[in-house]
Design a protein around this ligand. Structure first.
Ligand code: FNR
Length: 371
């Protein structure tokens, strides 16, 4: 019996939560393919997310989606802040549901890493100027996050309120669009992570300085999202569990804040990534290199009802199975391996002898494996 292909329930603040058909999730991955520059999903997104749903994954997490226009990573990134963006998400959800997968949405604000060129072949790097469809960015301070990015505007109290309300409004829209799970993006050097880390948050007000102050924005965002997102639907978070820098954000601080968010605001799922804030940090990249971070959170949160998913260079079915069987995480998020093969989960189910003509394989495709 494969652990990867056993069901998992993501709990919710109220009710029975959401039971998923297996433990292979799709990691959120920006496609830089919105319609024009208005943040609206296109037919690309329908086929892209649909193919993962048809490919046996249990939970398809849609890419970083800006809660405000200026919260998008690039002018070609998705948003969820008005009727057209919301309606386009509803089509993605309908597609995923029709193919037997649950649909999750990652909502975020890019902060000082917003308004960048798409990370696609043929595009420049760095900040898109306002004259080319970019926008002024915002951050905890007015210092650029990376060399080559424009200096942001330091958020004042009113700006922080706009961010928090943006997250709450996005949660309401995601619910209306039919999403089953919401994931708050607190990772990879974007706005919330910029506030969490002492490397980028040198504010002297109640949002900077102590760990209590640096985590305040995340706690306020999560509280507002919790109010707006139905109690019967699971609420998750994606974290960078370390900056890979001695002076930066740590796995201990991550465990502390996730515990608080779970106890106070009903967070029931944490997806454990790392890095993204500091250019040039020395990251020991290799197969499963972030799994030890997932293990630390699995152990630190063992007394809570929080599912921990591991991510990062987990590309092999046996590797994924071993991580779960040895209790290092409860689920696996698959990124680039899913881009290479959108049917990765079905193929993994076959490899692990967990597939049957009516489980983890799209029935129309059963003859690929049994004749
Ligand atoms: C990403 N990643 C990412 N992460 C995130 O939290 N939100 C996002 O929108 C994106 N976008 C994105 C686009 C593309 C093209 C890639 C390749 C990656 C990171 C991704 O979710 C994952 O954490 C990493 O790719 C590591 O996992 P894999 O790819 O080694 O399985």
């Amino acid at each position: 019996m494969s652990k990867l292909f056993s069901p998992i329930t993501l709990s919710a603040a109220e009710g029975t939560g959401l039971t998923l058909r297996n433990r292979a999730f799709v990691a959120p991955m920006c496609q830089y393919s919105a319609d024009g520059e208005d943040g609206v999903a296109t037919s690309w997104h329908l086929q892209h997310y649909g193919s993962f749903a048809a490919g046996g994954f249990s939970l398809v997490v849609v890419e970083a989606t800006g809660v405000l226009p200026e919260g998008r990573i690039s002018p070609r990134c998705l948003g969820i802040y008005d009727e057209p963006t919301e309606a386009a998400h509803a089509r993605i959800v309908e597609m995923a549901h029709g193919l037997g997968a649950a649909a999750g949405l990652q909502i975020g604000h890019a902060g000082g890493k917003g308004s960048t060129y798409p990370t696609l072949p043929g595009f420049d790097a760095g900040t898109v100027p306002v004259s080319e469809g970019g926008w002024a960015t915002f951050g905890p301070t007015d210092k650029a996050v990376f060399p080559g990015l424009a200096d942001p505007i330091a958020l004042d109290r009113e700006g922080i309120e706009r961010v928090i309300e943006g997250f709450a409004d996005a949660a309401r829209r995601a619910d209306r669009a039919g999403y089953d799970v919401l994931q708050i993006h607190a990772a990879h050097g974007y706005l919330i992570h910029q506030f969490l880390s002492p490397l980028t948050n040198t504010r002297t007000d109640e949002y900077g300085g102590s760990e209590e102050n640096r985590t305040r924005l995340l706690r306020e965002v999560t509280a507002a999202v919790r109010e707006a997102w139905p109690a019967h639907k699971p609420l998750g978070i994606r974290v960078s569990a370390t900056d890979w820098d001695e002076a930066g954000w740590t796995v201990q601080a991550t465990a502390t804040i996730v515990r608080t968010l779970a106890e106070d605001h009903g967070i029931t799922w944490v997806d454990v990534s790392s890095g993204g804030l500091v250019a040039g940090s020395k990251i020991p990249v290799g197969p499963g290199y972030q799994v030890p971070l997932a293990l630390e959170l699995t152990q630190a949160l063992a007394d809570l009802d929080v599912a921990v998913s591991a991510v990062g260079l987990v590309a092999n079915p046996d590797q994924a199975e071993t991580i779960l069987v040895t209790g290092q995480a409860h689920a696996i998020s698959i990124g680039r391996a899913a881009l290479g093969n959108p049917h990765w989960a079905s193929a993994a189910a076959v490899a692990l002898r967990a597939a049957t003509p009516d489980a983890h394989i799209q029935p129309q495709y059963w003859r690929a494996h049994w004749s």
